[in-house]
Design a protein around this ligand. Structure first.
Ligand code: ADP
Length: 469
């Protein structure tokens, strides 16, 4: 079981597994990132100490500090391969972090304390400053585990107090002596270090809590999304199969192919046929949407001649145009225009643009379809003289289940999904879809693709476009 499942309200200490994996990873990652920075400061301190104090002692202490660093590096390498699953390994890593912390803090403290001892009486500016820097460094970068932080800081605190007491014990000075003033200043600095350590620690806790919340929220959203997709897919499939036969039977009856339909039934069958067609469109759109969102819609790219494709799309919508009394005119590019596309998917987009242009036009209106080459791009546009689209409606036009006019008085049917699906299909072609429109004057929807050159086609190359959403 992963640690993140443990309650957040549980008390936090380094034996507590709340976010243990994350804490260990953060600790190791940060300690690794700052490795060279630490080495540089150890080396600088060692050079100073070797120059002004005993070089042999300095060398021994510095070697000890470096060895603890090596231990940390070995542990870091092993901890990185831990996947957080096995809690026993996690506990083992924590024990080793504690042991390394103990060794490293002890080595650093001995290094600094022996400088203080060699320095003789008074001031201890250099060792105290070294200790102060090491403590602030620990406060800033060891805040992932309070136990580890406290362990390191307590060892430094012992070193601080030892140095503070050196002259007090050596000289037993009166309380008004500077020795006592230094002693109290050191205690004050210790308090300051504890205070900032706690601040860094609580900041880290808060960040971890927020991260866990975001992760949980993310998992909940994913689960809900999967349930929704599953539900949509099941419902759509269960509806689609029986509806296909209902629709086919109604269409046969409507066309009089099942024998004469009594006059009273004719209009009812006509309405039922239309509604079954609308229902079938809605289900197909839902299935497409679900496929695209689940990344399951496959695209088969091949060179496509745009003039041919548009001509075919216009032909196949002819009966719909006749039914609505719309005149469709075409203007093809005088030269061949090739693009890399999934022919069937593009046909679906063109159908959508053409049927929208027709259904949002008045009877007798005209729709112009154009194919143009614009330098390295190919543009297909569908222009109507229909009702037009108000400004600031782009989100609704390309949104899901959204229609610009969603009022009850809306004359034309639709799912509000067509353009959303079209946009997603076009984006999978590395192409663009957009429109311009004047309310009451008409709209022009256009698609723009990269043109395939003759060389591209000769090489059989099509643009590298993603195969699934
Ligand atoms: P629908 O199934 O409603 O047609 P679409 O996603 O295809 O769904 O279109 C979304 C909305 O965009 C439509 O409901 C309509 O309000 C607006 N729209 C699309 N094409 C046109 C057009 N040519 N003229 C006017 N409005 C349009």
């Amino acid at each position: 079981m992963k640690d993140s499942s443990t309650s957040l309200s549980a008390p936090v200490d380094w034996f507590n597994p709340v976010g243990r994996e994350q804490r260990i990873k953060d600790y190791i990652q940060l300690s690794n990132q700052l490795m060279w920075q630490r080495q540089a400061s150890f080396l600088a301190a060692a050079i100073l100490a070797a120059f002004y104090f005993d070089p042999v002692w300095t060398f021994v202490c510095y070697t000890a500090v470096v060895l603890t660093e090596v231990l940390d590096q070995i542990l870091g390498r092993e901890a990185r391969s831990w996947d957080g699953e096995d809690a026993a390994i996690g506990r083992g890593i924590l024990r080793r972090i504690a042991r390394n912390t103990l060794l490293s803090a002890a080595a650093i403290s001995v290094f600094i304390v022996q400088i203080a001892i060699q320095q003789g009486e008074g001031g201890y500016f250099t060792p105290l400053f070294f200790l102060f820097s090491a403590s602030v460094f620990a406060a800033m970068y060891n805040s992932q585990m309070i136990g580890i932080l406290l362990l390191r800081l307590s060892i430094y605190a012992c070193a601080f107090i030892f140095i503070a007491l050196l002259d007090v014990i050596r000289f037993v000075p009166p309380i008004r002596s500077h020795v006592w003033l230094e002693f109290f200043t050191i205690i004050f600095v210790l308090y300051f270090i504890i205070d900032i350590s706690l601040k860094f620690y609580f900041n880290y806790e808060e960040r971890l809590r927020q991260m866990t919340l975001i992760q949980e929220e993310n998992e909940r959203t994913k689960a809900a999304y999967e349930v929704k997709s599953q539900f949509l897919s099941t419902v759509s499939h269960e509806l689609r199969t029986p509806l296909t036969s209902i629709k086919a039977s109604l269409e046969l009856a409507d066309k009089g192919m099942l024998g004469d339909v009594p006059t009273g039934l004719k209009s009812v069958i006509g309405i039922a046929t239309k509604n079954s067609q609308r229902l079938a469109t809605l289900i197909d759109d839902l299935l497409d949407l679900q496929k695209i969102e689940a990344g399951e819609m496959a695209f088969h790219f091949a060179p496509v001649n745009v003039n041919d494709l548009v001509s075919e799309a216009v032909d196949s919508t002819e009966s719909y145009a006749n039914k609505l009394g719309i005149v469709v005119t075409t203007a093809f590019s005088p030269e061949e225009c090739w693009i890399a596309a999934d022919r069937n998917r593009l046909m679906q987009v063109l159908h959508n643009l053409l049927s929208n242009a027709m259904k949002f036009s008045e009877q007798g209106g005209s729709v112009k379809v154009r194919v143009e080459r614009r330098d390295t791009r190919i543009r297909v546009s569908v222009e109507d003289e229909g009702m037009g689209i108000p400004g600031n409606a782009k989100d609704r036009v390309f949104g899901k289940f959204t229609q610009v006019d969603s009022s009850d008085v809306r004359k034309v049917g639709g799912t509000g999904l067509g353009l959303n699906i079209s946009k997603q299909i076009i984006e999978h072609h590395n192409a663009t879809i957009d429109y311009t429109s004047d309310l009451g004057v008409g709209s022009t929807f256009f698609l723009e693709f990269d043109r395939l050159t003759d060389a591209d086609r000769a090489g059989g190359g099509v643009n590298p476009v993603p195969l699934v959403a």
